[in-house]
Design a protein around this ligand. Structure first.
Ligand code: HEC
Length: 266
């Protein structure tokens, strides 16, 4: 197995995942455990830290003054308290939406340009993905406790819950069509029933994550986008109220789980 993993590091995760998909679910779990030990997540965290401290944009400043909810520049524990309401923007934001906000307001970058490449590729991770790995990692061991008391947080939670069960699109799918019953699987993947706390906890405490099949760091914004594509629905806008509401609903359902990411996914 060790040799196989060394080989994986050379040829990339896609091939290895294909080989492993032939095996039973148990094999995947064992494999995940093994790669978690030598997961490349730390490299993304380091890249993210560099990006956090790097002066960028017309204003030539770093993101170090960005307020992620616990005060300007505080990263420790910030991820565990997201999504939450931000007074300066008068809306609920998840980590990536907030980062985009800081890139625009602090660094003076253009929103459209900055949001143009938020989902990266194996050989070129996006800035957003590395930053999100770095910041999330600073919440390890802390309980997930998103904002749920402000009226706009309550509103977003209710909207996220409604969206989860709302059927739409060409196939008349809701999230619950795939994530609504125990024991459902697609391509060897267990589909968690995300409105149940026992299913949501291990999920929200491990995102963002390293995705072995594509050798990429992926974020919850990406996950929402990808699941909407699977529903044959139009891609939601990055950082839209829809995606933030869903992420708040999922995180609130899985709250109190100690954060132990960035994790490893198929
Ligand atoms: C057509 C089926 C389908 C629908 C509908 C769907 N998903 Fe998914 N979802 C999947 C599959 C398949 C995976 C696992 C993919 C993988 O592991 O590569 C997944 C994974 C996820 C995960 C990550 C789970 C984990 O283990 O970390 C989350 C969170 C998620 N979906 C949320 C949603 C939400 C929210 C919606 C509604 C907007 C939704 N999904 C709609 C098929 C679906």
């Amino acid at each position: 197995m060790r040799k196989f993993l060394g080989f994986c590091a050379v040829v990339g995760g896609g091939f290895c995942a294909a080989v492993l998909a032939q095996d039973a679910k148990k094999e995947i779990q064992r494999y995940q455990q093994m790669i978690a030990e030598g997961s490349p997540v730390e490299l993304f965290e380091l890249q993210g830290e560099e990006l956090w401290k790097k002066p960028q944009g017309p204003n030539k400043v770093s993101l170090e003054k960005c307020d992620l909810g616990l005060g300007a520049g505080v990263v420790k524990g910030a991820y565990a308290r997201l999504p939450r309401y931000f007074k300066d923007a008068d809306r609920v934001m998840d980590l990536e939406t907030r980062l985009l906000h800081c890139m625009v307001t602090l660094q003076g970058r253009k929103r459209e340009e900055t949001a143009a490449r938020v989902f990266g590729s194996a050989d070129r991770p996006s800035e957003m993905e590395s930053l999100s790995a770095y910041i999330a990692a600073q919440s390890r061991g802390m309980k997930m406790a998103p904002g749920l008391s402000h009226p706009k947080e309550k509103e977003a939670y209710a909207m996220g819950r409604a969206l989860y069960f709302h059927r739409a699109g060409a196939w008349d799918f809701s999230c619950a069509s795939c994530h609504g019953e125990e024991g459902k699987r697609i391509r060897m993947q267990d589909l968690p029933v995300l409105y149940k706390p026992e299913h949501a906890r291990p999920v929200v405490s491990t995102w963002p994550a390293y995705r072995v099949s594509t050798s990429q760091i992926v974020t919850l914004q990406w996950r929402m986008n990808n699941c909407y594509q699977q529903m044959r629905m139009p891609e939601p806008d990055f950082g839209s109220d829809t995606t933030v509401a869903l992420i708040l609903f999922l995180t609130a359902t899985g709250k109190d789980a100690p954060y132990r990411g960035p994790g490893t996914k198929r």
